[in-house]
Design a protein around this ligand. Sequence first.
Ligand code: FAD
Length: 478
Amino acid sequence: MIKKYDVIIAGAGMAGSIAAAVAAKRGLEVLLIDRNKIEEPGKKTNWGWVCGDAVATTHLDFLKTKLDIDFKYPELDLKVDGVLALSPNLKHKYLFDGKGFILNRPLFEKQLINKAIKNGAEYITEFSIESPLIENNYIKGIQGRNKNKELKKIYSDITIDALGISTPLRRKLPDNPFIDKTIDIDDIESTGRFIYEFNTKEENLDFYDPKNALIHLNQELAPGGYGWVFPKSNNKINIGIGIQKQSLEIRNKKLNRQDTLQSLMNNYIKMNPVFKNLKIYNEFNNGVGYWSVSVRRQMESLVFNGYIGAGDSMAMPNPISAGGIGPALIAGSLAGENAAIAIENKDVSIKGLWNYNIDYNKAYGNKTAGLEVFRTYMQSVNNNILNYGMKTFLTVDEAKALSYGDISNLSLSSKFKMILKGVSNMKAFSNLLYAVKKMKEFNKIYETYPNIENFEQWKKLVNKNIKEIKNYFKPNPI
Ligand SMILES: Cc1cc2nc3c(=O)[nH]c(=O)nc-3n(C[C@H](O)[C@H](O)[C@H](O)COP(=O)(O)OP(=O)(O)OC[C@H]3O[C@@H](n4cnc5c(N)ncnc54)[C@H](O)[C@@H]3O)c2cc1C
């Protein structure tokens, strides 16, 4: 007899490990599969655990309520007071996000996987998943190669896709109106990230702040994205940039340059006045890495017959910050819970799994389309407007509210009247008002997530509005 699991969890990263821990705790027979070696838990790619590794304390608190795990040093490498976003001229700063930690990612992921195993999940390493098993429009498990490169099929009632942004499972789903199989290149940030040890040449809190994660908004340095300098313990930093391909091409053309992600990354490191004797810190072979992160709303549906998606496989990172650890942890835990409910109810059809869509929308997803609008707006303004806007358009509290997708308390129209006399860049300001208006509309659209019968119509409305925004706000970095 061929063994069949209740749930296969594909990918033992952030989303997959917590999904496995939760599903196993609920008594399901769980198989957690990853291509990594056992000593490389949660490694995203051959390049390593490529990430800024910043996570808000609220997300760790959430984990504790779900799984009773208490994290401490060394997996929580350094506590930070918040995330500080700086304008291109460094004169204006917004403090976002509240307290958090910079993780020692490999150690953190190891704890999560250990919890899943302790709760009863079976764990297979060095198994590379290639495709879903499809029967009668249902996902019935996965096919892939074990460490001896033998092709194997493994069966389950539900497959949770937590394979990250490069997932072959979502991309090989049967054609269906629920889950898009591709992500638009304009909705992806290409990133470089290095971890360094350093000595200090001079103090300059605009470039390195041991108490805050710094974000540099600058369309010339990091077109369509941003640069970051996140502090780590013992004179180490996590430093990187994210860029949008189209913005880079426009910038290069206008400035007559041939910069690439690598050359921009090198520039960004070189221009920082604080560090000297920079040396790649290569613990776990994780010092230098390049990878991608999506910055769109999550897939409109996260479920299909016998299939649930969680984390980067479903484009869950926050469209403004690209922070995806929090959403991956929330989604993984909800995926584990909803898988258990569907198995108990003996209904793993898309209808039987639909509640996960509703749960995720309520817990995190309902603000992301609005945030995608704001991201698209930000990519349409150059450094001059960014400098001027951060000084004039928004208070710190308003910017913070916007970053959470909360626009209810913004009195932009009264502000509009107030500064009408003085504001020098009316077009940019009225564009911001338009973006906020569209964010409000999206928040309304996502307020009530549709039932399965109304889904296609709802998705059409979402796509129509997104298209309108992308036509209105074109990348314009220089
Ligand atoms: C440069 C960069 C900086 C970032 N900075 C931050 C930050 O500071 N804070 C934040 O919150 N988020 C950040 N993010 C986003 C964050 O890293 C991700 O959202 C998060 O890792 C998502 O977790 P996940 O479990 O969904 O996927 P992943 O972390 O990608 O895990 C996927 C797992 O699946 C496995 N896998 C993949 N394919 C296969 C296969 N075919 N077969 C078997 N196993 C497979 C991998 O080995 C891995 O273990 C950043 C992203 C990037 C690229």
